[in-house]
Design a protein around this ligand. Structure first.
Ligand SMILES: Cc1ncc(COP(=O)(O)O)c(C=O)c1O
Length: 387
């Protein structure tokens, strides 16, 4: 069975009502049949649900589905993508440890590395995502983990996952972690390259309809178990309602990602030729510097197209304001096409130099290509460029 067929058929155990679709388990806690059972569960002698900060049938179903797609042993859900990233890094590192991370990480991940972890004496070295020798050379005796996004947000750079998997074989104590949010587990399966943990902002393509926040980390049981302590005792748990929404949405992930990708490729091809656009970036455009790698690692190019408009911030602002159908909002991975100006929003906390180092310029525009008809998407973008 294809993994997306398995995801459609995965369901928490049916209740006595024989429902076809999974019910929403809005319950903070779960009852025990006796004082003896409650003691045995707390003592770890018996496995049963206790409290929704720990787990819940809706979060468990969601984890099962993502583990199936990612070929992972275990997983945990979180209130948001950022709480998944923070809990992972904070759980696995202690004071004195060192992290090697790609410079091209999401703005809040950059804040965690530079502000929070530095404060706790966990240092980091930034490397160019696509420069294999920089990854290798940055490893120190106290390096605990390697962290990256691929494709990156919003520059859409693509890391060499096989190289990083081999690097881990040379340094078996290193933990290899990817934020797989842009690719989704349908388009890219990093654990099959030797990665230990794959993290997602489920807020994006997993929900896919711009409704709820969520995060998930999946990987080898030994590492996921290490994250559990911080999750249970500090409480960034995913609400059962959000888990129920995201779990149901995963049943259509493959269909949505196929269409996001075909719409995005067609848009990228038409923007590449446009005289008012300096540069168009999309992993499945032959002009992309890591085109061959993207083709090898990803089933299709995903739903994000990034381009740089001639004329910098002024023209970028005019372009965004002239869009009719496409809305300005700081989300991505929705059925509705979205425009974002990274320099003044998601990456505004970075200095101009830090932004330039990850290819974010004043004229950079990120389009999260939705599921509307591609002609409607192109029409809106082209009319805003023409004006
Ligand atoms: C690549 C990436 N990782 C993590 C996040 C954070 O996810 P959340 O907003 O669910 O906390 C985002 C949000 O845009 C993202 O794009």
């Amino acid at each position: 069975m294809k993994d997306y067929s398995k995801v459609i058929r995965t369901q928490s155990e049916r209740t006595q009502y024989r429902e076809h679709s999974t019910p929403l388990y809005l319950s903070s806690s779960f009852i025990f049949n006796s004082a003896e059972q409650s003691r045995a569960v707390f003592a770890g002698e018996e496995d049963a649900m206790v409290y929704s900060r720990y787990d819940n049938p809706n979060t468990t179903e969601l984890i099962d589905k993502v583990c199936t797609m990612e070929q992972a042993e275990a997983g945990l859900t979180f209130a948001s993508g950022m709480s998944a990233i923070f809990t992972t890094l904070a759980s696995l590192c202690k004071s004195g440890d060192h992290i090697v991370a790609s410079r091209a990480v999401f703005g809040s991940t950059h804040q965690i590395l530079t502000q929070l972890l530095e404060k706790w004496k966990i240092s980091h070295t930034y490397v160019e995502l696509t420069d294999n020798s920089q990854w290798e050379n940055a490893i120190q005796p106290n390096t605990r983990l390697l962290f990256l996004e691929s494709p990156s947000n919003p520059g859409l750079e693509v890391a060499d996952l096989s190289f990083l998997g081999r690097l881990k074989e040379k340094h078996p104590k290193l933990i290899l972690i990817i934020d797989n949010c842009f690719a989704t587990p349908y388009l890219q399966k990093p654990l099959t390259y030797g990665f230990d943990i794959s993290i997602h902002s489920a807020t994006k393509y997993m929900d896919g309809q711009g409704r709820v926040l969520g995060g998930i980390a999946v990987g080898q049981t030994e590492f996921i178990d290490e994250l559990q302590f911080l999750l249970r005792h500090t409480g960034p748990a995913l609400s059962p309602f959000n888990a129920w929404i995201i779990s149901k949405s995963l049943e259509t992930l493959h269909v949505r990602m196929d269409r996001h990708s075909s719409n995005a490729l067609e848009l990228a091809k038409s923007l590449e030729k446009h005289p008012k656009i300096k540069k168009t970036i999309y992993p499945f455009l032959p002009s992309h510097p890591q085109y061959n790698l993207a083709k090898k690692q990803m089933k299709s190019g995903g739903g994000i197209v990034t381009f740089e408009i001639e004329g910098g911030a002024e023209k970028a602002t005019q372009f965004i304001n002239r869009l009719n159908m496409i809305r300005i909002t700081s989300n991505l991975g929705d059925t509705r096409t979205i425009v974002t100006h990274p320099a003044s929003t998601t990456h505004s906390k970075l200095s101009k130099e830090e932004r330039a180092a990850v290819s974010i310029f004043d004229g950079t525009i990120r389009i999260s290509v939705g599921l509307e008809d591609i002609e409607d998407i192109k029409k809106d973008i082209l009319q805003a460029l023409e004006k």
